[in-house]
Write a protein that binds this ligand. Sequence first.
Ligand code: PLP
Length: 280
Amino acid sequence: AYVSLNGEVIPTSEAKISVFDRGFNFGDGVYEGLLIVNGVILFEDAHWNRLQRSLKALDMSSDIAQLKLRIRTYLQHEEVAKNSAFLYVQISRGVAMRGHQYNKSISPTVFMYAINREVTDINETFLDTISTPDNRWHRCDIKMTSLLGNVMAKTKAINTNCYESIMVRNGLITEGSHCNAFFVKNGRVFTHPADHHILNGITRLKVVELCNELGIPFTEQAVAYSELKTMDEAFLTGTSTQIARIHKIDDHEFDINFKNSITMRVQYAYAKLKRAYIKK
Ligand code: PLP
């Protein structure tokens, strides 16, 4: 297995970074998680746009053209990327003697790896989740490596045999620790607006597009935790999760016929969109 570190493709065991890397000391960096399906990076431009936005938010310069070249070089070397894989790309601010303030002149540490990942057309799982207070800061729209709030939330879910934590801020459902959350009520889809309290997922964006195309009523409005019982369906979206149905949030069960569900329609439309993208 290989990684790419600062433009060099090297065996994973030889990859080393400084203990003074600001990514290590402060979580001062950004990242993207992408899927490679049959050798094609899924919806890559949307990911690069978001990466650029995250870099800008951290006052870091970006060279997406150079990054894309490095990715191509890396993927030529990495066997797993020929089929289906998860691709992780991280850019930290770089190495400097520790101090909270940053200096714009240092060069970033650019790291990427790919691992084998089976990608199914549709994620058939039916997930149990729990609710958790959303303890994160107010810039959840930046895809950055400081993920402690998400890490705590996910671990709490796993420790209760659940897949994901559904985070709640001021009584409103924001998102999962690594997924966006959607709800369906009387045929209308609801999700939290893409403001500073959620990460605007690429899968989320595709679901919004698909609802518009399919004529499914759609509102970007947060669902209150207290309203959960009135919701007919719920699902999660994310690069790894794709689109997956939620079975339970805490004690509330979504007990519906999925064959006639909006979730199912969106899942099939998303599968078709992926297939079309890969063939392009
Ligand atoms: N929300 C959070 C907090 C995430 O970390 C992620 C992805 O990692 C998502 C949502 C889903 O985003 P995407 O669909 O781009 O993977």
